[in-house]
Design a protein around this ligand. Structure first.
Ligand code: FMN
Length: 311
């Protein structure tokens, strides 16, 4: 069965994963606390929740609500901040037998570079993912909302990161996702994660108030899956395939079929977030079912199926 085990191996710009299923940012805490619960060690990798320089309390509750077709959240980047992350979490991550990807967020290019540089210097996280769905405190523009700003951000971070593979997680821009992707690649992105949550609004008919305290919040789960597959397809076709930049397809993967769609559309790996809330063991089923799918499709390696959609 040795050949069988390697059928699921994937290479993300030098980061080798035992299988292509990754716990998406913010949905497995700091990556260390779920270790016992979900047999996390059998996933391909885990992304931490996004870390900022200073601790953040996040938004008022309610911050997460279920909706038909998934959930909505406006956590507001609640996290313990860089210093505690390095002191308390990194030593625990070091003992995990799984690649942990550090997610970085910030309100300025300076904040991103400081957090990314410190995470990289710790030498424990083989990859860093930039969550660029954050507003720049100088002008309110989202880093992922402007190709120029995104390119500059990625370039500055790339300059200070010595060893970690650099993932850039794009927002779900329905217009011009390929331009954004090209800008991230130009800045030095090694891997693209597509995509973050999609802004939505859920209202309570009894009160007329938003169901999430902050109002507009990020939609995730099956409701966003076909859109995310389309974005992966476009980026793969327009820029990523030629540039040789792998994609992590994220959005509404609940079962193997959803993961397979991402792979056919051009993703080398897939992220799972909302599914972990419904059933923390669901990624393990997806991994086993992807192996069967690759066999059925006659693929020696699952990566042979990347971007092979019959479009
Ligand atoms: C509760 C919750 C918290 C999240 N926190 C983060 C985060 O800290 N950083 C980030 O880049 N994405 C975060 N995300 C977005 C997910 O990583 C993922 O991109 C999105 O949920 C779509 O995938 P899914 O449909 O499988 O959940 C969060 C999502 C949820 C549901």
């Amino acid at each position: 069965m040795a050949a069988d085990a390697s059928i699921l191996h994937v290479d993300l710009a030098g980061l080798t994963l035992a299988n292509p299923v990754i716990a998406a940012a913010g949905t497995a805490g700091y990556a260390d606390e779920l270790a016992g619960v979900a047999k996390l060690a059998r996933l391909g990798a885990v992304v931490t929740k996004s870390i900022t320089q200073a601790p953040r309390a996040g938004n008022e509750t309610w911050r997460i609500v279920p909706i038909t077709g998934g959930m909505m959240n406006a956590i507001g980047l609640a996290n313990m901040g860089l210093d505690r992350f390095l002191e308390e979490v990194v030593p625990r991550i070091e003992r995990l037998d799984i690649p942990v990807i550090g997610s970085v967020a910030g309100g300025s290019i300076d904040e991103y570079t400081r957090v990314a540089q410190a995470m990289d210097a710790a030498g424990v996280l083989p990859a860093i993912e930039l969550n660029v769905s954050c507003p720049n405190t100088d002008d309110g523009r989202q880093f992922g909302g402007s190709p120029e700003l995104l390119s500059e951000l990625v370039r500055e971070v790339k300059d200070v990161v010595q060893r970690a593979v650099l993932f850039v997680k794009l927002p779900p821009s329905t217009e011009g996702i390929s331009t954004l992707a090209a800008a991230a690649i130009k800045g030095g992105a090694d891997v693209l994660t597509i995509c973050n949550t999609i802004p939505g609004l859920a209202l309570d008919p009894a009160t007329g108030k938003p169901r999430i305290a902050r109002g507009v919040a990020g939609v995730s789960g099956p409701a966003i899956h076909p859109l995310a597959v389309r974005l992966v397809h476009e980026v793969y076709r327009d820029v990523a395939a030629d540039a040789g930049v792998p994609i992590v397809g994220t959005g509404g993967v609940m079962a193997w079929r959803d993961a397979a769609e991402f792979i056919l559309a051009g993703a080398t790996a897939v992220g799972m977030g909302t599914a972990l809330f419904a059933d923390p063991r669901s990624p393990l089923r997806v991994i086993a079912d992807l192996r069967r799918w690759a066999h059925r499709r006659g693929a020696a390696r699952i990566t042979d199926l990347v971007g092979t959609a019959a479009l």
